[in-house]
Design a protein around this ligand. Sequence first.
Ligand code: PLP
Ligand code: COI
Length: 341
Amino acid sequence: MNRETVDIDWSNLPFAYVKTDYNIRFYYKDGKWSDGELVSDEYITMHMAAPCLHYGQEAFEGLKAFETKDGRVVVFRPSENWKRLQKTSERIFLPPMPEEMFLEAIRKVVSANRRFVPPYGTGASLYIRPFLIGVGAKVGLGPASEYIFVIFVTPVGPYYKGGLTPVKAMVITGFDRAAPDGVGDCKVGGNYAAGLPGADYAKHHGYPVPLYLDPKEKRYVDEFGTSNFIGIKGKSYITPSSKSILPSITNMSLAQIAEDMGYKVERRPVDIEEVPSFDEIGAVGTAAVVTPICEINYNGKIMKFGKEDSAGPVISELYKRLTGIQYGEIEDKYNWLFEVK
Ligand code: PLP
Ligand code: COI
């Protein structure tokens, strides 16, 4: 397609911040949202006593836009991100927003940054990061008086280098990242801060991916640091059900695809002792897409899955079908793509 794009080495993009042309901002005051404002400023000015800075009254989302084979720009399932943001907002007393406001904001910010949407065929995408923060001065614990909702975008490549190249994971036993009756199933910044020591520990032991067990019994698999866990066993697609994991939109979509491939989807507690019996393991999420896991280190016990240099057949097919839909190569029969003109 003939359209102006910026001069970027699209095929070698890391998962990192790139300055784009605009971000979009909305302000909430006296019970009302302002209209969205497209700005080029990368900085936000707020009062030093803003509750998002001290008490973590903050939520974020992550989704992606793609250029399709026929030159359209599409966003993958943004209504699901809106729904999840509403759930997080309810949990930590952030103000709700209408679905149309969220979708229109995405449409505007992607459209305004169209020259940063990676061209079809490069394997890259435009990562979209909405976030909602409590601002205004407040020292006692309580919800903020004012809020700011921002969406910025940044072109990205694969989260783990190499896309479908298998990576190794380590079970983290010394730290929890999320609490089951806390905000474990919400997308709030605090869960990610709590995940920093686990991620650091795994990395220093040669494992790029931390894997968490349920915080209560330390027996059942929860999820990876930034993605859900899926296991393939025979004709089953198995993924943990737990109150301390983020309900992943990618996982939900892959489960549908797996069903279409004739797999039985099992959402249930997964005992870590059962994991060695799985044929293939994947780490799934917006950033991770479908990353094959070839090894899991559990307290020094090494579990191996498939080859170290290539993904197994089911994970490969899931990846192919999901990205095929996202890049407009395969029919979008569930209407997952939201077109931005
Ligand atoms: N789990 C965690 C902790 C995440 O940060 C993410 C990323 O958003 C996911 C799972 C995957 O969720 P989704 O597929 O909606 O991006
Ligand atoms: C995402 O996949 O959107 C995430 O939020 C992961 C992020 C921590 C990089």
